[in-house]
Design a protein around this ligand. Structure first.
Ligand SMILES: Cc1ncc(C[n+]2csc(CCOP(=O)(O)OP(=O)(O)O)c2C)c(N)n1
Length: 633
């Protein structure tokens, strides 16, 4: 197949594009799009965003000197063309696979991945940092940030636009405006960009410039002041400038982000401009692949699919945690008109899409604005509503202070739903939910839960809907639960764990996703004559010290298991509590994620590498019983 990529196969670095004619560059763009389609249809990954950035990337890399010029990609999920133009074609089949290429940009992966990402809204801040560092160190390279129309609405992007607009240093932001987040984009800025989009499109930089000079009352003066002013105002038919110009940026556009000729012309000129420059390119998410253009939402993140049949069939499987939460949220909200749902640009990912369809007047999508979403929820709670705030574990990291300062200090009963807690798999370290127990449980007032399976998640959602005394948060993993666990259930009660079986040799106390592994481990241990008690923690805060203490008084040994780092996690808290309660000592093993960023790979591979599997638990229990693990005190 690779031989089909005549031009692309010869590209080892962006400067190789400088030797190509504009016609060859157009052919190269076609090959890049083909390569993305062919490869991603086999590996899965982010498809439609990447199909939309092909011409932008080819034009940028042909027009600029990279290196030393630097391009910072926001989020990094749309930078596959960048990977292909920086010599990674031969490794592209390993995309998102364990030990293969990352689906995002990573400084550790390639020297031209100038800044790593995975979370949205960071590019303009980082690019400004590069630009100021260049100024301080006497460099001359150009710096660009490429950001999306959803990412640019995030608070950080505006903080950076505000800062850079006043600094005045040489920095170019390219807005890749495809009108889509993962779902259709939302917010007033989206409407504003639509009004800019309705202005005459920039088709030909040279002609536009000539025209401006002719039309200007004082062309010499204007030219001396900077030709770019003329072009900008020429393209803004009214006398008012754009919002970007008002805060210190030269606005250039809008232009067709798929017309390679226009892009080449514009970037070859823009690279000579001084100061903060804002280029507005209009693109189509899924460009060049009909089904993805028609339904970019479906084709945003794909599993391997049939490129011939243009079909992506997701195997029917057990209900996911996401769906279980979404269904339970709708059920609760139908019964209680004070329940409102909030997502930060993730209606589908969080399962709130059903809520949005069925109860649209109580559904709020803030855009990529987790901090605002949390404080908005706090205000709703203070005003008498019951906010269901659904944010992935990894993205709630961004709103730590809002959780602490706006929700918890005021003890407002916001309900948080943290999907993707623990190891998420192919998205890797930027997306693993490895820290939520650590960042939530030290905060006073908040109640933290985790379900053993999807049925228990529904119960917890219902319980949280009724629980008004404190803020509460439930964390649950990506995917589905297995159904090996006993069906018999006890009712959820604040601060109470569930004992699934009792044995006198060792206590296995597990959090959420790890309960089924503990259950399986107990069965294996039983074959070896080791009798285990299995505790489903349910509450990580408040901790059910009583139940665990009672069990460990009998067994003298405990293995705790959780998909969270050790510091501030469940196991550490259990050991601290038991150390106070059992001065005579006990043996323990605390199984957690390691104190390192975990790479991408499938969930089973990663869990097993971290020792968070039935076999890992069995090994720890055996060592405890053999007396070779830590004793406290
Ligand atoms: C802080 C944060 N919140 C949510 C996400 C999930 N997310 C990934 S891509 C995306 C949409 C990005 O849209 P846009 O910036 O317009 O880029 P496009 O994919 O359209 O090119 C979202 C919400 C994220 N990566 N980071």
């Amino acid at each position: 197949m690779e031989s089909a990529f005549q031009h692309l196969a010869k590209i080892a670095k962006p400067s190789d594009l400088h030797k190509m004619s504009d016609k060859e560059l157009r052919e190269l763009a076609t090959e890049v799009r083909q390569a993305i389609l062919q490869k991603v249809s086999k590996t899965g990954g982010h498809l439609s965003s990447n199909l939309g950035t092909v011409e932008l990337t080819v034009a940028l890399y042909a027009a600029y000197e990279i290196p030393p010029d630097k391009v910072v990609w926001d989020t990094g999920h749309q930078a596959y063309a960048h990977k292909l133009l920086t010599g990674r074609l031969d490794r592209f089949d390993t995309l998102r696979k364990h030990k293969g290429l990352s689906g995002f940009l990573r400084r550790q992966e390639h020297e031209l991945d100038s800044f790593g990402a995975g979370h949205a809204g960071t590019a303009i801040s980082a690019a400004l940092g590069f630009a100021i560092a260049r100024d301080k160190l006497g460099g001359t390279e150009r710096v660009l940030a490429i950001t999306g129309d959803a990412a640019i609405a995030s608070g950080m992007s505006w903080e950076a636009l505000n800062h850079a607009g006043a600094m005045g240093t040489d920095l170019t932001v390219v807005l890749n405006d495809n009108r889509m987040s993962i779902a259709p984009n939302v917010g007033a800025l989206t409407n504003y960009l639509a009004t800019l989009r309705s202005r005459p499109w920039l088709q030909n930089w040279a002609a536009a410039a000539k025209d401006v000079v002719v039309r200007m009352p004082d062309p010499i003066g204007k030219v001396a002041a900077g030709l770019r002013h003329g072009i900008t105002h020429y393209l803004a038919p009214s006398n008012t400038g754009t919002i970007f110009e008002e805060i210190g940026w030269e606005y250039i556009g809008p232009m067709d982000g798929h017309d390679l000729q226009v892009l080449l012309e514009v970037f070859r000129n823009v690279r000579e401009l001084k100061g903060p420059v804002f280029v507005h390119a209009l693109t189509v998410k899924g460009k060049g692949y009909d089904v993805a253009e028609e339904d970019a939402r479906k084709w945003h993140g794909v599993i391997p699919f049939d490129l011939e049949a243009n079909d992506m069939v997701k195997a029917a499987g057990p209900i996911t945690y996401t769906k279980a939460f979404g269904d339970a949220a709708v059920e609760c909200a139908e019964a209680d008109p004070t329940i409102v749902a909030i997502t930060a640009a993730m209606p589908d990912g969080t399962g709130l899409d059903a809520f949005a369809r069925q109860i649209p007047d109580r559904f709020y999508d803030t855009g990529i604005a987790e901090q605002h979403a949390v404080t908005f929820a706090a205000g709703l709670a203070a005003g008498g509503m019951k906010p269901f705030c659904a944010i992935y574990s990894t993205f709630l990291q961004r709103a730590f202070d809002q959780v602490l300062h706006d929700v918890c200090i005021q003890n407002l009963p916001v309900r948080f739903f943290l999907d993707r807690a623990g190891l998420v798999g192919d998205d890797g370290p930027t997306h693993h939910g490895a820290f939520d127990l650590s960042y939530l449980t030290p905060i006073p007032n908040v109640v933290v839960l985790s379900p053993r399976d999807t049925t228990e998640l529904r119960e917890m959602v219902r319980w949280m809907a009724r629980f008004d005394e404190h803020p509460s948060a439930v964390r649950y993993p990506r995917g589905s639960s297995d159904d090996r666990l006993p069906e018999a259930r006890t009712a959820i009660q604040l601060g109470c764990a569930e004992v699934l079986r009792t044995g006198s040799d060792v206590t296995l106390a597990a959090v959420g996703s790890m309960v089924s592994a503990a259950w399986e481990a107990a069965a294996i241990l039983e074959q070896e004559g080791i009798e285990a008690t299995v505790v489903n923690a349910r509450f990580i805060k408040p901790l059910d010290v009583g139940t665990i203490e009672k069990s460990v008084r009998q067994t003298g040994r405990i293995v705790t298991i959780e998909e969270n780092v050790r510091a501030g996690g469940y196991g550490q808290q259990v050991v601290d509590a038991l150390a106070a309660a059992l001065p005579g000592g006990f043996r323990h093993a605390v199984l957690t994620l390691p104190d390192e960023f975990i790479e991408h790979g499938s969930q089973p591979i990663l869990r097993s590498e971290c020792g968070l599997s039935a076999q890992g638990i069995v090994g720890a229990a055996r060592r405890l019983v053999a007396g070779s693990l830590t004793s406290t005190p």
